[in-house]
Design a protein around this ligand. Sequence first.
Ligand SMILES: Cc1cc2nc3c(=O)[nH]c(=O)nc-3n(C[C@H](O)[C@H](O)[C@H](O)COP(=O)(O)OP(=O)(O)OC[C@H]3O[C@@H](n4cnc5c(N)ncnc54)[C@H](O)[C@@H]3O)c2cc1C
Ligand code: SF4
Length: 476
Amino acid sequence: MGNERGFMEIERRDPGYRPVEERVRDYRAVEKQLSRNQLVEQATRCMDCGIPFCCSTGCPLANVIPEFNELVYRERWQDALDMLLLTNPFPEFTGRICPAPCETSCTLGINKEPVAIRQIEVSIAENAFERGLLQAAPPARRYDARIAVVGSGPAGLAAADVLNRHGYNVVVFEKNQYPGGLLRYGIPDFKLEKWIVERRIKLMEDEGITFETGVEIGLDLSSKYLLDRFDAVVLAAGAEKARDLPIPGRDLNGIHFAMDFLMQQNRRISGEGVKVDEISARDKHVVVIGGGDTGSDCVGTSNRQGAASVTQLEILPEPSADRPPETPWPLWPASRRDSSSHKEGCDRRWAVQTESFEGSNGDVRKLKCCEVEWVTPKDGGRPVPQKVKGSDFLLRAELVLLSMGFVGPATNKLVDDLELKLDPRGNIQRDGDHKTSHAGIFVAGDMTHGASLVVRAINDGFQTAQSVMNWLKTRA
Ligand SMILES: Cc1cc2nc3c(=O)[nH]c(=O)nc-3n(C[C@H](O)[C@H](O)[C@H](O)COP(=O)(O)OP(=O)(O)OC[C@H]3O[C@@H](n4cnc5c(N)ncnc54)[C@H](O)[C@@H]3O)c2cc1C
Ligand code: SF4
């Protein structure tokens, strides 16, 4: 522990965001960063409290947070980096876009503001890149074994990184033009600028990983090809199948899945171009259906494209602003969150159900909605939505973005050809060693546990790589 009185003497400081009127005119990162001196000061707020719930309960990667806080306080940046990389291969991603469950588990957070852990994490990473501490480190020796990784999102990248560092020959197959998965094509630049993803991919290439992009496994390459040429395969193809809203009027023009909209914008910014019909929010009244993070990204993107208005609908009731009693410390609080995008202009409505879309000349014009209340059935069970009588209303909409989550992996011929078993939710089934029902094929990330978080995908890729290596050793 650096400074015993730090948590009593120093208040939490957040870097804040660029002013709204400035940031909505571009797609650059909205969040600022603390200076190095401010970070050192923030690190001294860590109490090294004995049972660090931040790592044991909060961080899915179990980052050793009190230890790297102390190393930052002592300005031992190389040691802090080494400590962080023990558990987290990509701190420059999590330090920017992780919702930081570590902070909601921080002991200081019981009665004060928690330690600014995410900011400290990103600063250790960025400081390392700036000072040249993070450089390509290819393995000293290589095994003969070859591993194919299908999908280059955080789960695939983490698996590839671990396997490569241990000396295995890794080829990552990606159907898109550039690697990165949702880091590149889903999450908007204003949360994660893409040069950060490119910098990491370059480092991984320099360390010996091969990226084969524009290759859809199951379509461009068969399962036979993979099984013949590789000793093991890690599937990390995400959960791309979006939940639909099959209500009257769904076939009207102007109703799109959130990911189609977000992906187009990310492609435009990177200069990749959009080859299909362009979806634009410019001068339109936009309604985003679904109150989660993907919906919030649609809000921010719509405002940047120049929407006339943006409304976000959520069927669940509005959560309380404070930590509710059902999720006490150190659990992740089920409280209301307002993202930087919401603060840029958005009408958020809760406990609202969309009953139909109405249009003219084939284009969507309105949503017919009603309010609902959540009622617990008399015989117990989960609450269900019930329409509030007389609460019908119409909402003007020229662009509707469906953002109600994902229901599982996209149709994949590889999965069909190999007849991989699915779990009851439609995700690829696996055992405790990350193995699918086909020998030598492993699965990681959203493809097996459903849509989640970058930090969980990284952790899962990391763990899956360990299982692959254990399995290869039993065959040697
Ligand atoms: C819009 C949006 C915003 C988000 N924001 C955040 C956030 O701020 N913070 C956070 O923690 N999480 C966020 N998430 C969730 C997070 O991005 C995902 O949980 C995470 O990316 C899952 O990682 P993954 O590697 O399992 O899959 P993905 O990132 O989905 O990567 C899968 C990859 O596999 C490729 N692929 C699929 N099929 C094939 C095939 N047949 N052949 C070759 N390649 C294939 C895909 O093209 C894709 O690149 C967000 C999600 C979305 C949709
Ligand atoms: S990865 Fe997320 S939960 Fe873990 S220390 Fe970083 S910000 Fe916290």
